[in-house]
Design a protein around this ligand. Sequence first.
Ligand code: AP5
Ligand code: MG
Length: 285
Amino acid sequence: MRLILLGPPGSGKGTQAQRLIHRYGIVQLSTGEMLRAAVAAQTPVGLKAKDIMASGGLVPDDVVIGIISDRLDQPDAANGFILDGFPRTVPQAEALDALLKKKRLKLDAVIELRVNESALLERVERRAAETRARGEEVRVDDTAEVLIKRLASYRAMTEPLIHYYSERRKLLTVDGMMTIEHVTHEIGRILAAIGASEPQTPKKAARPAARAASRKASKAAKKAPGAARKAKKAASKASSKAPKKGGARKAAKKAPRKAVPSSRKWSAVRGKKAAKKAAKKAKKR
Ligand code: AP5
Ligand code: MG
C-alpha cells in the first residue's frame, strides 16, 4: 500500500502514520522527521534546512525530492509506505509522480486530514507541553508565532495539492476533528472501500456472483444431466471472469465509492446470464 497523508501542521499526519504503519506493516516516510535528523546531525542538508524550518518556511523542492528519491530506493520501502509531509508543493507532487512511474509503482490514495485551523494551535501547544514534560527537546517550530507562518506556507504552497490529487481521483478526505481513534477507523474504512488494504474485500465482492452461477448450473444439471457439463463450464467461466483483487481495485480507483458495487453487479449479471443460457438449452433438449 502506498499512501500520502496531507494536512496542515498539527492535523495528525504523524499520529495517524504511526498507527497505520503498525496496522499494515509499511514504513512511514516523514520529510519533517528526516530534516530534523539532518539538522541535529548538522549534515549539509541540515545546515540548509535549519533556519527555514525554524521560521516556518518550506525547504527547497530539490532538497526534499532528493531525500525522498533516495529513501524510496531503500529495501524497506518496497512493501509500501506512507508519505507524511511530502509532497508539499505541486513540483514535489510532479517529481513524485515521475519517481513512481520510473519504478512502475502506483499510489493507492492521498488522504487529506481536514481540521479547523482554530484547533491546530491548541494541538501544537499541547504537543510542546507534553514533549517538555517528558524532558525532551521541543520542536523549535512549535510556537504560536511559527505556526502562523507554517499555516501560511500550507495555504499557499500545499493546499493546491488538494486540487491536484482530486483531479487525478486519488483524494479521500477524512474529518480530522474526530478523536484519534475515530480518524484511524475512518481511514481504515475508506482504504478497505477502495480495495487498497484488505485484499479479501474485493474477492468477497466477486464470490456471490460465482456462487449464484454455480447454483443455477446445478439446477440445470438436475433437470437435464446431459447439459450439466456445459452449464458447469459456463458457471466456471463466470467465476473466472468475476473481478479479483486487481480488477476491483482498478475499478475502485476510477470511481472510489461506487466502483466496487457496480463491478459486483457486472459480474453477477454475467454469471446469471451464462447459467440461464445453459439451463434454457438443457430444457429444450
Ligand atoms: P513536519 O514535521 O512535516 O511538520 P508539519 O507538517 O508542520 O506537521 P506536524 O508534524 O506539526 O503535525 P502533524 O500533522 O504531524 O500532527 P501530529 O500527528 O504531530 O514539517 C516540519 C517542517 O519541515 C516544515 O515546516 C518545513 O519547513 C519542513 N518540511 C518538511 N517536509 C517538507 C517538504 N516536503 N517540503 C519542504 N519543506 C518540508 O499531531 C499534532 C498534535 O495533535 C499531537 O499532540 C497529537 O497527539 C495531537 N492530535 C493528533 N490527532 C488528533 C486528533 N484527532 N484529536 C486531537 N488531538 C490530535
Ligand atoms: Mg508530523
